[in-house]
Design a protein around this ligand. Sequence first.
Ligand code: ADP
Length: 326
Amino acid sequence: MNIKKIGVFTSGGDAPGMNAAIRAVVRTAKYKGLEVTGIYRGYEGMMEADFVEMSRRSVSSIIQKGGTILKSARCLAFKTREGRQLAYDNLKKHGIDALVAIGGDGTFTGAHLFSQEFDIPVMCIPGTIDNDLYGTDYTLGYDTANNTVIEAIDKIRDTASSHSRVFFIEVMGRDSGCIALNAGVGGGAEAILLPEIDSGIDTLLEELSFAEEREKSSMIVVIAEGDQNGGAYNVAKRVKEKFGHFDIKVSILGHLQRGGAPSSFDRVLATRMGYNAVKELLKGNTRATVGLRGTEIITTPLEEALHSKEFKLDEELLEIANIMNK
Ligand code: ADP
């Protein structure tokens, strides 16, 4: 198929690096002589024909910005056949004959279905701070979110050390412990609780007891929001029951982890992914996601990426985390 006009959109949860990816898609497509349409608010904008023609200039000065200039949305109507038909009719009307979708698991699922139903070429770019997608070692935004969390841990550690406090810091990750593990190790946490591992509260109590014996001046426990013990407040309550003398504080980092200027790593990764997404579409590749494996950009069929059962946590890092706490 001869592609003349690419539609690009961001969908689902936003992540730092999405703008850098949009910029790379637009500039690569323009360089290759294609037209590019920006689709606002993901699938919702596709159904409402909320489109904007994009030029090299329309993506000036966005590489350093968090969020997404094309906005994002969650759109239930796209899960219906009628909704997708409406979206397809709008694309046809505007001459859009291929798509680059930037988002997470839900975005990929929608793109896969849509591309199968209407035979429109689609390449996906993994954009989510959770790093919970297969076919890539790193998703866009994950590195930036880790840096944000580490900075927060460092600051909290300053006040924790001054008062011999125990801090429970809850980080994002409903199903994925990637941020908690990575930032926990990087921030030197005394304990890390993850959704993927049912470590139970007893192990944590032992770890804290051990840290206390060593007269640590501060203790930081990093907890992913989806941890099986019910999140930071619940864990803090149970620890307080056992260690009544601990001065316990809870800090939920929340949405500040989703914003901010993308790190150098995320900007370069986004630029490489955007470039390769367009290149792959022009080569005839479709229904796939670009990703990073080691230092190489690769593509993985969506069919495989969406159904992989690969364990995403770095098992060696898990072991290292346990050794660093001892
Ligand atoms: P993310 O892409 O960050 O995982 P969501 O799970 O909210 O975010 O998915 C983004 C959007 O993708 C949804 O709002 C919906 O429009 C679309 N989507 C998700 N799952 C499906 C599905 N099974 N079929 C069609 N579209 C879907």
